[in-house]
Design a binder for this molecule. Structure first.
Ligand code: ZN
Length: 67
C-alpha cells in the first residue's frame, strides 16, 4: 500500500491518473509495487465492467462457472 493505492481506492484518482503517478513515483514505490498497482487497476476495471453488465450478479460470482 502506498499513496497511489490509497487515493485510487478512495476514488480520488482515475486509472489514467494512477498510471501517470506510477511512472512519476516508480523510484519511490519500487518496480514490484508498480506492477501490483497495474494489476489492481486491471482487476478493478474488470469488476466495474462486470458490474455494469449485470447488476444482479454478486461479487462472489467471480469465477466462470464450469458445467
Ligand atoms: Zn500502493
Amino acid at each position: 500500500m502506498c499513496i497511489i493505492c490509497v487515493e485510487f481506492q478512495s476514488k480520488k484518482l482515475s486509472p489514467a491518473e494512477v498510471l501517470k503517478n506510477i511512472s512519476e513515483m516508480k523510484d519511490t514505490i519500487g518496480e514490484e509495487h508498480a506492477k501490483e498497482i497495474v494489476k489492481m487497476l486491471f482487476s478493478d476495471a474488470i469488476r466495474e465492467s462486470r458490474k455494469s453488465k449485470s447488476d444482479s450478479e454478486s461479487d462472489e460470482d467471480w469465477n466462470f462457472r464450469s458445467d
